[in-house]
Design a protein around this ligand. Structure first.
Ligand code: GZL
Length: 334
């Protein structure tokens, strides 16, 4: 038996050496396209994108915009859905660094906790673009630009509309607030902007404020609690349409008429929200455009080419009343 093993040994060594050489050559070939990072060997730009999740109509529209724009721009898009977990986004970004993609972009689910992984990307020489939401990193060199809305402005416009439309109110106006995902830039900033605006009228009082995590289910569940705890609710301010749409079910189930017994202000202006506005169930929406794909692809090409880009690019958006929603609905892209 020993001889058998011995006689086989040289052949096995040759086979093992051949396997190593073959593996080595394959690996070398796989990395040969140094120009295009972890791409499939052609000279397409490879963009690694980490998406927050699929929590709302806005997010779905944002994902569609990014995927369609990448195809249109001839960019090889690696896409990951983090299911609203920061650890999944950090894992995805580290994978993209390992794959040596050309550019990394992501919408950070929360503002804090990104410095370490962003420094890893910077040390690997991979430019990062923030899109939709921002991070609170003090070191602005960790990313090339932030493309997205001004959430404080969206909150402020919502509050200003309420101040303007509460002038005839006698006595306190009780407001409940459905906040977005805890720790996220849109939740923090929309709350800030709205609070600053309604401070203009002391009758306007936020009597309850809680996160519904930007989902319909979350909006419904928290609104049910609000309705049980507060017999007099005059206004609902929801940080996105989806939580407002979930709250509609709770309001109706409580025997109240949305848009009349309870004034409803939301943010996003996705199609279902605009329909609720046109139907008189919502009263005002501040738009937050998810159609960031084309601008993101343009920025990816620029940073890959080493071109300077502005550190902050604010998306253009507007607001809608019930009448404006009726006019705008037929042409809405999302
Ligand atoms: C805002 C975006 C928010 C939307 C929500 O830019 O991050 O996340 O307002 C979405 O609908 O879930």
């Amino acid at each position: 038996m020993r001889n058998m093993r011995m006689s086989l040994a040289p052949r096995r060594a040759v086979a093992a050496l051949a396997a190593v050489l073959l593996a080595g050559s394959v690996a070398a070939c796989g990395n040969s396209d140094t120009g295009a990072g972890g791409g499939g060997g052609d000279d397409k730009i490879v963009l690694g994108f980490s998406q927050v999740g699929a929590e709302s109509g806005w997010r779905t529209a944002n994902t569609n915009s990014i995927k369609e724009a990448a195809a249109e721009a001839g960019i090889d898009l690696k896409f990951d859905d983090a299911q609203q977990k920061q650890e999944n986004q950090i894992k995805a970004i580290r994978n993209y660094i390992q794959q040596k993609v050309d550019v990394i972009a992501f919408s950070p689910v929360v503002e804090s906790g990104w410095d370490t992984v962003l420094k890893e990307a910077k040390d690997a020489g991979i430019p990062v673009i923030l899109t939709d939401r921002a991070v609170d990193s003090a070191d602005k060199s960790l990313y090339k630009t932030f493309l997205g809305s001004d959430f404080v402005k969206e909150g402020r416009l919502s509050g200003e509309w309420l101040v303007e439309n509460s002038k005839d109110a006698t006595g306190d106006v009780n407001i409940v607030e459905l906040q977005g995902t805890t720790g996220s830039a849109p939740a923090n900033d929309r709350k800030k902007g709205f609070g600053e605006a309604i401070a203009a009228d002391p009758k306007l009082k936020v009597i309850a404020s809680q996160s519904g995590d930007f989902t319909r289910a979350g909006g419904k569940q928290v609104m049910e609690q609000f309705l049980k705890a507060h017999p007099k609710i005059d206004v609902l301010f929801a940080h996105n349409d989806d939580m407002g749409l979930g709250a509609l079910e709770a309001i109706t189930a409580a025997g109240k008429v949305p848009g009349k017994d309870i004034t409803i202000i939301t943010i996003d202006a996705v199609k279902d929200g605009m329909q609720a506005l046109a139907d008189g169930k919502f009263n005002f929406i501040a738009e937050c455009s998810p159609l960031l794909g084309p601008q993101l692809m343009d920025l990816a090409k620029k940073v890959h080419a080493g071109e300077e880009v502005p550190p902050r690019i604010e998306t253009e958006e507007t607001t809608f009343t019930q009448e404006q929603a009726k006019t705008a609905l037929p042409n809405r892209k999302y």
